[in-house]
Design a protein around this ligand. Sequence first.
Ligand code: BG6
Ligand code: MG
Length: 234
Amino acid sequence: MARTRAIIFDLDGVLTDTAEFHYQAWKRLADERGLPFDRHHNQALRGVSREESLRRLLGPLKVSPAKFAAMLHRKNDYYLAMIATLTPADLAPGAADLLRDLNRANWKLAIASASRNAQQVVDRLAIRRHFAAIIDGAAVTRSKPAPDLFLEAARRLDAHPQTAIVIEDAPSGIEAARAAQMRAIAVGPDAAESPADLHITSIAELNVELAESLAADPAYGAAPTVSSNCFGPF
Ligand code: BG6
Ligand code: MG
């Protein structure tokens, strides 16, 4: 039987620039509370859950559970206001063609996002029809860098993890893909140093041929190793 060819997309920062919205929402909260926070601090928050993001933002500062919950709520309100402005025009350049072409070439597609707002973002972008499964932060207990979101996506696609390719912009996401024994394509500067099989600057560089050449690599379907980098860094 032919292997299922599966591609699992991260959402925020890969299919759309909502990673910037997450940053803006955390920045507003941090500024209100007088907490030091800039784009450099934000690197550590990329791809990780809302709760873990706040823990990292607070650092050694201790707050009561009630205050912690209130801060999470406030950040999410800021974020929700921002994603309410999203339209299909906010889909990353090249993404619409890529999703259409991969579907035509019989790849099975999923989204695996740590965000509990992923379903709303997907609907605002009007991309739901391209995906056989959309796994969000509410679907699993352990978020990235644990492999659970990606393993659940593979299970829903009926694909063996070792034949799935993950597309991610965050180091925690590449780590999760590795932990799931999946191939990983790193997108953008934040994951440039992460041990991926392929590094690209945006998904506009990705196409069916490139996905197929990655799948045709003899190591495809075998457990990837950290040193495996069949295309070189760029
Ligand atoms: C990830 C983002 O996709 O989702 C993180 O990269 C974010 O920045 C995480 O913290 C959780 O998102 P949300 O929408 O549930 O707060
Ligand atoms: Mg991301």
